[in-house]
Design a protein around this ligand. Structure first.
Ligand SMILES: [Zn+2]
Length: 163
């Protein structure tokens, strides 16, 4: 079976859907408190219509002056769609040197996909060496769910095409 037949992982498969946002008219301190409380390094900024207008990061907060989020935020945000495949997501995170991408569905914020989401995905990705079945789980599966093979499941990224 060609590897191309396997379902590709997409942004929606790994994104965080519990997205915390901050309003552009909220204060810099409110943004700082959200970052601290939720232990995150960046927040999408929305306007009164809940449309994403930018991102505010720890860096913005310590490097820029201004009382309101809109004064210090980075305008515009790099985003992907729910169906963007993870390879593309990874390329963007690397090329743009950013830590997270917004996931938009028809302009509406539906999630965030971060570097750590991708790292987690790699950590939980197992491939059967017999039939190529892909499994996602925190622990290494004992049996391939498709062909029942044992001791043949190993972490991927090194499976040659067509094996
Ligand atoms: Zn198998």
């Amino acid at each position: 079976m060609p590897l191309d037949d396997f379902p590709k992982m997409r942004a929606k498969d790994v994104m965080t859907t519990r997205v915390i946002t901050v309003g552009e008219n909220q204060t810099r301190q409110q943004a700082a408190r959200l970052l601290t409380q939720h232990r995150i390094s960046g927040l999408p900024v929305v306007n009164d219509d809940q449309v994403v207008v930018g991102v505010v990061t720890e860096y913005d907060i310590i490097s820029k002056d201004g009382p309101k989020v809109r004064d210090i935020m980075t305008r515009g945000a790099i985003s992907v769609g729910e169906d963007t495949d993870l390879e593309e997501v990874g390329h963007l995170l690397v090329q743009k040197r950013i830590k997270r991408l917004l996931v938009l569905d028809e302009g509406k914020l539906v999630g965030i996909v971060s570097r750590s989401d991708l790292v987690k995905e790699i950590a939980q990705h197992w491939v059967c060496h017999v039939c190529g079945e892909v499994t996602h789980s925190e622990v290494q599966p004992e049996l391939c769910p498709r062909c029942g093979a044992t001791e043949t499941i190993a972490s991927t990224e090194s499976v040659p095409p067509g094996s």
